[in-house]
Design a protein around this ligand. Sequence first.
Ligand SMILES: *[C@@H]1O[C@H](CO)[C@@H](O)[C@H](O)[C@H]1NC(C)=O
Ligand SMILES: *[C@@H]1O[C@H](CO)[C@@H](O)[C@H](O)[C@H]1NC(C)=O
Ligand SMILES: *[C@@H]1O[C@H](CO)[C@@H](O)[C@H](O)[C@H]1NC(C)=O
Ligand SMILES: *[C@@H]1O[C@H](CO)[C@@H](O)[C@H](O)[C@H]1NC(C)=O
Length: 446
Amino acid sequence: MNSPLSCKNLRLFSKSVACKCLALVAIALFYRALLLSYAPGNAALDKITSLIRAPYISDSGRIRTDKFLEVPQIVWGLNNQKIAFARACLTARLMNRTLLLPSLSSSLFYKEIDKLRPIPFDKVFQFERFNSLCSGFVRLAQFSDVRNRAQRFDLEKGSGRRWTVERDLEQLKQSSRNGSIDEFEVIRVIGKNPFLWHDHWPVKEYAKVFECMVVVDEISREADKVVMKIREAGAKAKLEPESKTGIESPVPFVAVHMRIEIDWMIHCKKLEQRKKVSEICSSKREILERVGNISGLKTPTLLYLAVADSLLEEKEEDSSVLSGWRDGLIPFEKKKLGVKEEIYGKYSYLIQSAIDYEVCLRADVFVGNSFSTFSSLIVLERTQKARRLGFVSSCEDGGGENEWRSYAYNLAGESKRVPRRWMTNMTDSSLQAISYGSNSVSCSSE
Ligand SMILES: *[C@@H]1O[C@H](CO)[C@@H](O)[C@H](O)[C@H]1NC(C)=O
Ligand SMILES: *[C@@H]1O[C@H](CO)[C@@H](O)[C@H](O)[C@H]1NC(C)=O
Ligand SMILES: *[C@@H]1O[C@H](CO)[C@@H](O)[C@H](O)[C@H]1NC(C)=O
Ligand SMILES: *[C@@H]1O[C@H](CO)[C@@H](O)[C@H](O)[C@H]1NC(C)=O
């Protein structure tokens, strides 16, 4: 993945090219001055200067490193923020511009603007790593890379019903074609946060951006600790009945993204009415039964319940998610694992979600709700991993191991009482189809 042509090498390379150019230009200028014995005009000089300053050429030669796109602060939940970020990247790509490092938001408040608590992108995701993984596709830069911040064009996105997808795309294309706009060093999009922008890109392009988003080491270490705690708890559970055998292979664990908090239930009931479908909300009972019926789970199996616990806490429901599971499934949530205060408690909302996301990503089996963005993005990333291992379809439930299995508990599988296998259809033409408001999940990535 790591291209041998790192940024550093490219920079060195470009420097030497720039030096040679400079030398040639200097020689040319010298002769020209000799021959004509007057200085070249301003326009010619400008042209030469711009040649010398021409940025190094990225892999595909299209993302300009001296033209930038700036976007409004990115808000809401972790996954909405990831989608918003990817959308901003793809917008910058459309304009062949470098995206200026946007601010994410560390808190969930979205109505009170003053509580949005901006957090720089590179406090959550690795900046250099992003550029090296996404090299030639999209590019990020710091604000300090901008030469003249006053040289900025404000591009206002339209809104309302008449602001259609087509008009939006046309506006973006127009403004990159329009020389007097494209001339600006920075184009700043103002108005809505990028999550609310119209979507113009296929799933594959989003997936590519997501792949370049690697969490910073601190977050990944915390996720490792949580996974270790889960596996330890699993090893204990396994050892008790037959403690002579010792620890063999690591105990597999299943992560379940349970959405049963009141707010979600109200939201999803409304959604069911609006969409006239009945498979969005799953009761706790339905989740318990369907997860319990997943084939091929060895017992005992550890369940990690990823629940929106800040919401549950207020209602003292913590203990109830732990009860009612079938024999052989041993449920844990953060408190019972002993990671609630020790690990999660140290961080803001956004970082907590990022840790939980990483934990679910690493699970042997993941079960989520196909109407949740959090679940959908996890499945998307797991599908990418499965594809790399050669699994493009999971339609038959072979109960195999190491294939990054995922399920949607809100949808019935072969029978009403089993969950449906779930893979992201990577050929879908828009993220909408796979990320929010969908109950037509695929079991194949092609
Ligand atoms: C962006 O790059 C593509 C491919 O090189 C090119 O066709 C297009 O004209 C460029 N657009 C702008 C605004 O530079
Ligand atoms: C280019 O954009 C400028 C600034 O918005 C505008 O005044 C001008 O009419 C546009 N030119 C064309 C050819 O669209
Ligand atoms: C699913 O689980 C229920 C109750 O736990 C059980 O009665 C049923 O037979 C199971 N169905 C399948 C297909 O395994
Ligand atoms: C994936 O999406 C494409 C485009 O929407 C569709 O044609 C195809 O049938 C889907 N594949 C599966 C396996 O659902």
